[in-house]
Design a binder for this molecule. Structure first.
Ligand code: DGL
Length: 280
């Protein structure tokens, strides 16, 4: 466990159901290159997207408890599914500022839309929760929201089928109903989707702006760090640490594609005995 001196030097804790949250780390390191980061990917229990909110809430509680053991100064919930159904659980446990991806993504989409017609794509649980729709309506009541779950995008991104005809076909199939709604803005409401950006862009057609909720979140993290006087001003190379709950080999291999840089050592840790917590 790293013991830091000044609060500003402490790392930002980021967690996700698995590998996808590395797209959020990528956005964070781009915007905040001096920040230390501790990342946890729950690779033993991924995917969260098709699971019930109750199960996702139990997992999220364990995930954030792990990060708090690393004395993080802030928690970023990179996972859209967790942000959609368990942000309150994370906030209760963390005791430090928490940023999820839904609200920043919603704010960015409202700024982008001109015809006030926004599409949202995400996992089954994110879409059924209507978290993005509620967040958007909380900002601008007159924006119409159209959602579509795209679960196959997750394995396609992990398989590395980025420029692949199967991915292009799946994208067309999923996004066709949204093209009929004449949306002008589309939220990539899942950690994996930025990796498939080109296929999504081609399927949704020209004139639709894509909002990467990870990038929007990095902006919000920067704002929060400033508000809480937590920015790391050290010119040292930041320390990025990666932890997973199942074998790290594949994580490191696939993860570099998501992260956009090499990752160094990935450590495996037990999370709740490495198994599924009993349901109450
Ligand atoms: N990280 C998840 C999300 O952003 C996608 C992968 C999963 O289903 O666990 O919703």
């Amino acid at each position: 466990m790293k013991t830091a001196g000044k609060k500003e030097d402490q790392p930002i804790g980021v967690f996700d159901s698995g590998i996808g949250g590395l797209t959020v780390v990528r956005a964070l390191t781009k915007r905040l290159p001096h920040e230390n980061i501790v990342y946890f990917g729950d690779t033993a229990r991924v995917p969260y997207g098709p699971k019930s909110p109750q199960v996702v809430r139990e997992y999220a509680a364990q995930d954030v408890a792990f990060l708090m053991g690393h004395r993080v100064k802030m928690v970023v919930v990179a996972c859209n599914t967790v942000s959609a159904v368990a942000l309150d659980v994370v906030q209760k446990i963390a005791g430090v500022p928490v940023v999820g991806v839904i609200q920043p993504g919603a704010v960015a989409a409202v700024k982008e839309t001109t015809r006030k017609r926004v599409g949202i794509i995400g996992t089954l649980t994110t879409v059924s929760s209507q978290a993005y729709a509620h967040a958007i309506r909380g900002i601008a009541r007159d924006v119409q929201v159209f959602s579509r779950a795209c679960p196959l995008f997750v394995p396609l991104a992990e398989e590395g089928w980025i420029d692949h005809q199967v991915t292009r076909m799946v994208a067309k199939e999923y996004l066709f109903p949204l093209t009929l709604e004449k949306i002008d803005t589309l939220i990539l409401g899942c950690t994996h989707y930025p990796v498939l950006r080109d296929a999504i862009e081609a399927a949704i057609g020209p004139g639709v702006r894509l909002v990467d909720s990870g990038e929007a979140t990095a902006l919000e993290v920067e704002r929060m760090l400033q508000t809480h006087a937590l920015c790391n001003s050290s010119a040292d190379r930041p320390n990025l640490q990666f932890f997973v709950s199942d074998i790290p080999a594949k994580f490191a291999e696939v993860g570099e594609r998501f992260l956009g840089q090499t990752m160094g050592r990935v450590k495996r840790i037990p999370i709740e005995g490495g198994g599924v917590a009993p349901l109450r």
